[in-house]
Design a protein around this ligand. Structure first.
Ligand code: GUN
Ligand code: FE
Length: 425
C-alpha cells in the first residue's frame, strides 16, 4: 500500500456542491481515501506541505492528436482542408515508429506539465502501436485509437487503406490496449471525419463500438468546406448523417461542432452526444466560433480539447479555458461563458464525456487520484484567498503555475520535474 498525504491545501473539489476549502487529502494507492480539515493521519509514504497551494481535479482533454505534436509551426496560416491536404496528411504519411513515439512523448510531457491527466487522443493510420507505447510508459490516462481513412482520393497514397484493413488493424490494437494498466488506457475508434470514411466503415464502427462498449471519437461540422463535401456526398449534414448510421449516442465524442443547425443541436442533446469544444484550434484554422453557450444552456455535454499542437501551438488547457470564456464575451455578454462553467467543462465535463464521471473529474473520496497542484501566488493582488481561485485559474494561470501532477495515485511530475519522462525526451 502506498500513501500520499497532502496537508493544508486549498481544495477545489468540483463535487456536486462545488465546495472549495482548505484541508488535507489522503491518497491510498490510486484512490482518494480521505478529505477533511486536520485529518488524523500521522504517517504516509510521502507528505506534501500544501500551504499556499491549490489542488484541482486533473484536466480532461477530450480532443488531442499526439501524433501531430512534431508538426507544430507547419501551415500556420491555412484553413482546414488545405492544411490537411498540403501539410498534415503528408506529414502523417511520413511518420515512422520512432517519430510517432517521440511526437506522443513530447505531447504527453506538455500535457502533464500543464495539469492534464486524461486525454482522448486520435492517432494516424500507421504506427499507432508506438503512440500507445508512449502512453503506457508515461502514466497518462488516455482513450486513443488509430485513425480510420478508407475514402478520399486526396489522401496521400500511404494513408489510404481498405475498409477491412482499417477495421482489422483497429480491432487488433483494441484487443491489445483496451483496459491496459487497470483501465488507464482505453481504446476509442477514430474514424477521422465523414469526408474520409465510407458508409460501410462507419456502420462497422457503430457495431464494433456496441460490441466492445468503447467510445467513437471523430471530427464534425468544423469547417464550411468540410460540410459542403459531406452534404454533396451524403445529402445530409454531419450530425444528421452520423445519427442516420446509428452513431449518435453517448459513446460518441465529436470534436468542434461549430456549424450546427437546429436539428443537429437537437440530436446532440437528445442522444447524449459529447461535444469537444476546441476554441484555440477553431480560431487558428479560421473555422469559426462554436455556440457553446447555447449547448451548455440546453444541458448538452460540452468539454474541452486543444486538438493537435499545430492547431494551436500548445496543448495547454489553461489556454483553451481562457479562450472558451473570452471568445463568447463580445458576442453574448460577460457571463455567457463564465469561469466556473469553463472550469467545469475542463474537469467534470471531460470526465462525463469519457464515461468516467464516477471515477475522475472531481476531488471526492473513492475517486481515482488524478490531481494537479498549483501555485496561484504568482499573481499580484492583496494577499488573501478572497480572489476567486477558479476565476484566477481560468483568466490568468499558465502551465508554469502547475507544480505537481498526480495520475492514478502516482506522482508523474513534481516541482516541474517529469518523473517518468526524464529519460525519454
Ligand atoms: N478534421 C479531420 N482531420 C483533422 C485534424 O487532424 N485536425 C483538425 N483540426 N480537424 C480535422
Ligand atoms: Fe482534431
Amino acid at each position: 500500500m502506498t500513501t500520499i498525504l497532502i496537508k493544508n491545501i486549498q481544495i477545489i473539489t468540483m463535487n456536486r456542491k462545488e465546495e472549495i476549502f482548505i484541508g488535507d487529502l489522503l491518497i491510498e494507492n490510486n484512490k482518494i481515501k480521505q478529505i477533511g480539515t486536520n485529518l488524523n493521519v500521522n504517517t504516509a509514504d510521502k507528505i506534501i506541505d500544501g500551504t499556499n497551494r491549490t489542488i484541482i481535479p486533473g484536466f480532461v482533454q477530450t480532443h488531442i492528436h499526439l501524433c501531430q505534436t512534431l508538426f507544430r509551426g507547419k501551415g500556420d496560416d491555412l484553413e482546414l482542408m488545405d492544411w490537411l491536404r498540403n501539410r498534415i496528411w503528408p506529414l502523417e504519411a511520413a511518420h515512422d515508429e520512432e517519430s510517432i513515439y517521440y511526437s506522443a512523448m513530447l505531447g504527453i510531457g506538455e500535457l502533464i506539465e500543464s495539469g492534464t491527466t486524461t486525454i482522448v487522443d486520435m492517432e494516424t493510420v500507421h504506427h499507432t502501436e508506438h503512440a500507445f507505447r508512449a502512453i503506457a510508459e508515461s502514466g497518462i490516462r488516455a482513450l486513443s485509437g488509430k485513425v480510420m481513412m478508407d475514402k478520399g482520393d486526396e489522401v496521400p497514397l500511404p494513408l489510404q487503406e481498405k475498409t477491412t484493413e482499417s477495421i482489422s488493424k483497429s480491432v487488433e490494437l483494441l484487443e491489445k490496449w483496451n483496459g491496459f494498466d487497470n483501465g488507464r488506457i482505453q481504446y476509442a475508434f477514430s474514424p477521422r471525419f465523414v469526408v474520409s470514411c465510407t458508409e460501410e466503415l462507419l456502420k462497422e464502427v457503430k457495431s464494433l463500438s456496441d460490441h466492445y462498449h468503447v467510445k467513437v471519437h471523430t471530427h464534425a461540422s468544423e469547417n464550411q468546406g468540410e460540410i459542403q463535401i459531406v452534404q454533396k456526398e451524403t445529402g445530409m449534414r454531419n450530425v444528421v448523417y452520423l445519427d442516420h448510421l446509428g452513431l449518435a449516442n453517448d459513446r460518441l465524442i465529436l470534436a468542434h461542432c461549430i456549424w450546427l443547425d437546429e436539428e443537429e443541436k437537437r440530436i446532440i442533446k437528445e442522444k447524449g452526444v459529447h461535444v469537444s469544444h476546441c476554441p484555440g484550434s477553431n480560431l487558428k484554422l479560421a473555422s469559426g466560433i462554436a455556440d457553446t453557450p447555447y449547448l451548455v444552456c440546453n444541458h448538452a455535454s460540452v468539454s474541452l480539447g486543444a486538438d493537435g499542437a499545430p492547431c494551436n501551438n500548445n496543448l495547454d488547457m489553461f489556454n483553451e479555458m481562457r479562450l472558451a470564456a473570452l471568445i463568447q464575451k463580445p458576442i453574448h455578454g460577460p457571463t455567457a461563458m463564465d469561469a466556473k462553467t469553463v472550469f467545469r467543462m475542463a474537469t467534470i465535463g471531460g470526465a462525463r464525456a469519457v464515461g468516467m464521471e464516477k471515477e475522475i473529474g472531481s476531488i471526492e473520496v473513492g475517486k481515482r487520484a488524478d490531481l494537479a497542484i498549483l501555485n496561484l501566488h504568482n499573481f499580484h493582488t492583496y494577499p488573501s484567498y478572497d480572489v476567486d481561485p477558479i476565476s484566477r485559474i481560468v483568466y490568468s494561470a499558465t502551465r508554469a503555475d502547475v507544480e505537481t501532477t498526480i495520475i492514478d495515485g502516482k506522482i508523474v511530475m513534481e516541482n516541474k520535474m517529469m518523473k517518468t519522462l526524464d529519460k525519454e525526451i
